[in-house]
Every structure is written in C-alpha cells, then in structure tokens.
Design a protein around this ligand. Structure first.
Ligand code: FEO
Length: 163
C-alpha cells in the first residue's frame, strides 16, 4: 500500500506530467502558427508521451491501493520565441521535471518503498533520455541555424522525422 505521503507525491507528479503535455501542446500551436509543421508534430508527439507518463503514475497509484486526485493545470504561455529558444525552454522544463522525479524517488527511498522505487526507476531513466534529446536538438539547431534554411531543414528532416 502506498503511504499518504507518497500518494500525494505521485498525485503532484501526475499534475506535472499533464502540465508538461499541455505546455508542449502550447508549443505545438506556436509552431503551427509559425508554419513549422515538423516542430509542431514533434511537440504533439511529446505531449502524447507526457500524458502517457501521467497515466503510468496513475496506474501505480491504483495498483498500490491509493487514490488519484487530479489537480488544476495552469495555463501555459501563449507566446514563445525562436525555435532555438523554444527548445531551450523544453530543456529547462525537463530539468525541473527531473528534479521533481528525483525528489519523489528520494522520498520513496526514505520509506523503503521498493515497489514505488521500481516504478520511479523507469522515470529516472526516461528523464536522462529526455534531457539528452533536448540538448542534442539544441546543438543541432545551433549548427544548422535558428532561422531560414537551417530551421526549415531541422523542421523537415529532424523534428518532422520523429516516429
Ligand atoms: Fe514526463 Fe518529459 O517528463
């Protein structure tokens, strides 16, 4: 059975994952408006992933006899900057998510809740991947150029090629 402390922690993390989904959808809308469909597609796929992260935590709460309480999701920004600036915001956001996953992991560790740790280990690994991906995209966009042909190349051949 999940402790009340961990149940609250999981519910907070579910909110963060759903906010991440909403934030990336806002970024997708920004790119749709900017006529960068590849960037928009990447953001929509990312938003879908974030929702699945929230649901993965949801399943663990119920598998452990807890209860999900959905919290309010704040309004994401409506205006973003250049493609490079948006990707930098993605990385900064993922770094914040990593911190909260790590804090939840530490909380489960202090309780000796090995089942919660097994669930959260997946998220620890996922966060390494998410930060790596965002960093790589930032560096590639820097190489290609954050405007004109470079941004169009990244749109079509890199972000737009995401499966
Ligand atoms: Fe689910 Fe991108 O953190």
């Amino acid at each position: 059975m999940l402790s009340k402390t961990l149940e609250n922690g999981f519910n907070d993390q579910i909110q963060k994952e759903f906010y991440s989904s909403y934030l990336y959808l806002a970024m997708a809308a920004h790119f749709e408006s900017a006529n960068l469909p590849g960037f928009a597609s990447w953001m929509k796929k990312q938003a879908d992933e974030e929702r699945s992260h929230g649901m993965r935590l949801w399943e663990h709460v119920y598998d452990r006899g807890g209860k999900v309480e959905l919290k309010a999701i704040e309004q994401p920004p409506a205006a973003f900057g250049t493609p490079l600036e948006v990707l930098q915001q993605v990385l900064a956001h993922e770094q914040k998510v990593t911190s909260s996953i790590n804090a939840l992991y530490a909380s489960a560790f202090s309780e000796g809740d090995v089942a919660a740790l097994a669930c959260l280990q997946w998220f620890v690994t996922e966060q390494v991947e998410e930060e790596k991906t965002a960093s790589e995209l930032i560096e590639q966009l820097r190489m290609a150029g954050d405007h004109g042909f470079g941004a169009l190349f990244m749109d079509k051949h890199v972000l737009g090629a995401r499966k």
